[in-house]
Design a protein around this ligand. Structure first.
Ligand SMILES: O=C(O)CCC(=O)C(=O)O
Ligand SMILES: [Fe+2]
Length: 318
């Protein structure tokens, strides 16, 4: 009870050009960040990250204009075939992370190269893609920091397997999501949730959230810890692939978004924006080895494309 997710100051990392592993300041940030992620079930807040606040608020504002359009317009932008192209809009209940609960969420996933955007919201593309690009830049740096934390012999190994973060032409299943949870209507039934319990399937997820709240992460004793909104922060969660790759050093954080109890808040929508990183499609991962990691942990090499596609198919019922 009463556990809190730590807030880690990463000293404007976004604007530091070179992550030099010999730099004591970088080592200090890497150790603080990595240790906190390790000790807190794969979940921390980052502050002083360097992504401009107005870039975040513009992405939220333009997304909101889209999500508040009539359903008939939004459905024009629905994903047609998630296996062929994950890009596009999903209405309430189109993606199901749980077999039992109704999930009251809408999303627009930004993915791959075959992209289309709502013509009704002319600035949607620029606003969301600017934040997407900033997230990729930060993702690459955070992955490098974590390679330092776990004392990999080849400090570039993680980045070399996730070239997609810095070279957008490298095929991967990385994606960016702008999410909208509509105001709660009167026909809500017991068990309804905004987003059901799951872990993300990739390496790291960056989550920006508005001030409504409801995001919770599971602690080591299966207790639910609220990820209370803190202005200017990004929440980082570790995904399945990173848990495997680091031999369980970083846990794939189970998380969910609940409907707030506060009646005033239920009458408002909630918005969030996420960047999901994963290794390149061509890479098969096998356990990383270093003095920090569990040497007895082993698994057959896994491919991110095969692994993540299975999860996508299940959640979209295809
Ligand atoms: O909206 C949020 O804060 C989290 C949503 C989420 O976990 C997801 O879409 O994977
Ligand atoms: Fe998630």
């Amino acid at each position: 009870m009463g556990r809190k997710i730590p807030v880690i100051d990463i000293n404007n990392l976004f604007n530091i050009d070179l992550i030099d592993q010999e730099d004591p300041e970088i080592q200090e940030i890497a150790n603080k960040f990595g240790l906190a992620l390790h000790e807190n079930n794969g979940s921390v807040y980052l502050i002083n990250h360097g992504i401009p606040e107005d870039m975040v608020s513009t992405a939220f504002a333009e997304s909101k204009k889209f999500f508040e359009l009539p359903a008939a317009i939004k459905t024009k932008y629905c994903k047609e075939d998630v296996i062929k192209n994950y890009h596009g809009y999903s209405a309430v209940e189109q993606e199901r992370l749980s077999d039992t609960n109704r999930e009251l969420k809408e999303t627009f996933d930004i993915f791959g190269h075959d992209r289309y955007y709502p013509e009704e919201v002319p600035m949607f593309k620029e606003a969301t893609e600017s934040l997407e690009a900033a997230c990729w830049k930060l993702q690459a740096k955070l992955l490098k920091l974590l390679a330092i934390t776990i004392k990999l012999e080849n400090i570039d190994l993680i980045n070399d397997c996730a070239r997609n973060c810095t070279d957008r032409t490298v095929p991967s299943l990385n994606s960016t999501r702008t999410a909208y949870y509509p105001p709660v209507s009167d026909d809500v039934i017991a068990g309804d949730i905004r987003c059901a319990t799951h872990s993300d399937y990739g390496l790291l997820t960056l989550v920006f959230q508005d001030d409504i709240g409801g995001l919770e992460v599971q602690g080591p004793n299966e207790d639910w810890i609220p990820v209370t909104p803190i202005p200017g922060t990004i929440v980082v969660n570790t995904g399945d692939f990173f848990e495997k790759w680091t031999c369980g050093y970083f846990i794939a954080t189970p998380h969910r978004v609940i409907i707030p109890e506060d009646e005033i808040k239920t009458k408002k929508c909630r918005q969030s924006f996420m960047s999901f990183s994963i290794t390149d499609n061509s890479v098969y991962i096998s356990p990383l080895r270093s003095e920090m990691l569990n040497k007895d942990y082993d698994f057959e090499p896994i491919n991110p494309y095969e692994y993540a596609m299975e999860k996508v198919k299940k959640s979209y019922g295809v």
